[in-house]
Ligand binder design. Structure first.
Ligand SMILES: *Cc1c(COP(=O)(O)O)cnc(C)c1O
Length: 347
């Protein structure tokens, strides 16, 4: 059985978290002289002279309605990248513990592991970009704290088989992190509904992709209360600034706009796949559950350089293991996609 106390770092277990002015007094008052802020205001139209809510309760309440998750099961980070880093710092002892990665996948897990001096054990995806479940479970040792799975996966675009993720959740006593950055584009359901069933499940989502807010930096982690409480204890007290909190709150009213963009992206994706298939230099387009496609080509570097010369930038993934010859192409506006296809006609 999963027990958070078995995987928590000793220093974090004993950590007395920073107590801010906002933590120590939470009611309403007329005069605030407790946080050394500038009481006059800000040299801006909008006032930002007060520290923001450390636990971002208004944003979480709104997210809770949208995602059907209780606010106490939500952690907000300065991008998903902060959530990933905090997981390492909470659970992995530098120089002692390891995590399991399943390449080809999102690069930040490895960078964050390296920053935290945590060893990575790699178990490649199968040729059809699914989990090698037996290989992963065989790689687990008593020092393994986290397995990272990205679904839909970046850079391959496909969703990972649900049953396989569930096998990891039941077969592994550490945390299984399922990164759902692209879930809004997926035909597969989120793992959010499984949180009650698996206490070792951590789901990452973000407002950077479908929600169109990459510049505001807002990442989410959904997990059991014990895990969320640890993450809140370890994070910097004011990790989400007031401007981001207010703008995100506004943006979260516009679900219709976001849903419409997602639908448009999906139909553009299908159209682009059909058009790209016509080119002789495109050998294969992998199935995508995301807002990008991975295309295997005869000359990735040549196509990449040609497009750069014409002001069109895609991602060359051809040096990534299992992605030989592949370009990753984000779905743009109809106009942008048409420009790409027109340019490729002269390659
Ligand atoms: C883009 C992306 C993210 C988003 O990271 P943010 O820090 O929230 O912008 C997370 N995971 C994956 C797999 C991604 O591709």
């Amino acid at each position: 059985m999963f027990d958070i106390n078995n995987i928590l770092r000793e220093n974090i277990k004993n950590l007395k978290p920073y107590s801010s002015a906002r933590d120590e007094f939470q009611g309403e008052a007329s005069v605030y002289l407790d946080a050394n802020e500038n009481a006059f205001g800000s040299p801006l139209e909008q006032a930002y002279n007060r520290y923001p809510d450390p636990l971002q309760m208004q944003v979480k309440k709104r997210l809770s309605e949208i995602k059907s998750i209780a606010p106490q099961n939500i952690f907000l980070g300065n991008g998903s990248d902060e959530a990933i880093d905090i997981l390492f710092r909470s659970f992995c002892n530098p120089g002692a513990n390891n995590v399991i990665l399943v390449p080809p996948t999102y690069g930040m897990y490895e960078v964050s592991a390296n920053i935290n001096d945590v060893q990575t054990k790699k178990v490649n995806l199968t040729p059809d970009y699914q989990l090698n479940v037996a290989g992963i479970l065989a790689a687990v040792d008593k020092y393994t704290k986290i397995i990272f799975v990205c679904s839909p996966n970046n850079p391959t675009g496909n969703a990972i088989n649900r049953k396989d993720i569930e096998t990891l959740l039941t077969g592994f006593n550490g945390l299984v992190v399922v990164d759902e950055a692209y879930i809004d584009f997926s035909s597969e359901p989120s793992f959010v509904q499984e949180l009650e069933k698996y206490s070792n499940l951590v789901i990452l989502q973000t407002l950077s992709k479908a929600w169109g807010l990459a510049g505001l930096r807002m990442g989410m982690a959904f997990a059991g209360v014990d895990v969320i409480n640890v993450m809140n204890k370890v994070k910097p007290p004011y990790n989400i600034n007031e401007a981001s909190q207010q703008l995100v709150l506004q943006a979260l009213q516009n679900t219709d706009q976001v849903n419409a963009w997602v639908q448009q992206t999906l139909s553009e994706r299908e159209k682009l796949v059909q058009e790209l298939k016509e080119f002789a230099f495109v050998q294969h387009i992998y199935p995508s559950d995301a807002n990008f496609i991975l295309a295997k080509t005869t000359d990735a570097k040549g196509i990449y350089n040609y497009l750069v010369q014409h002001g069109i930038i895609v991602r060359d993934r051809s040096k990534v293991e299992l992605c030989e010859g592949a370009l990753r192409i984000t779905i743009g506006t109809p106009q942008e996609n048409a420009t790409l296809v027109e340019r490729l006609k002269n390659f």
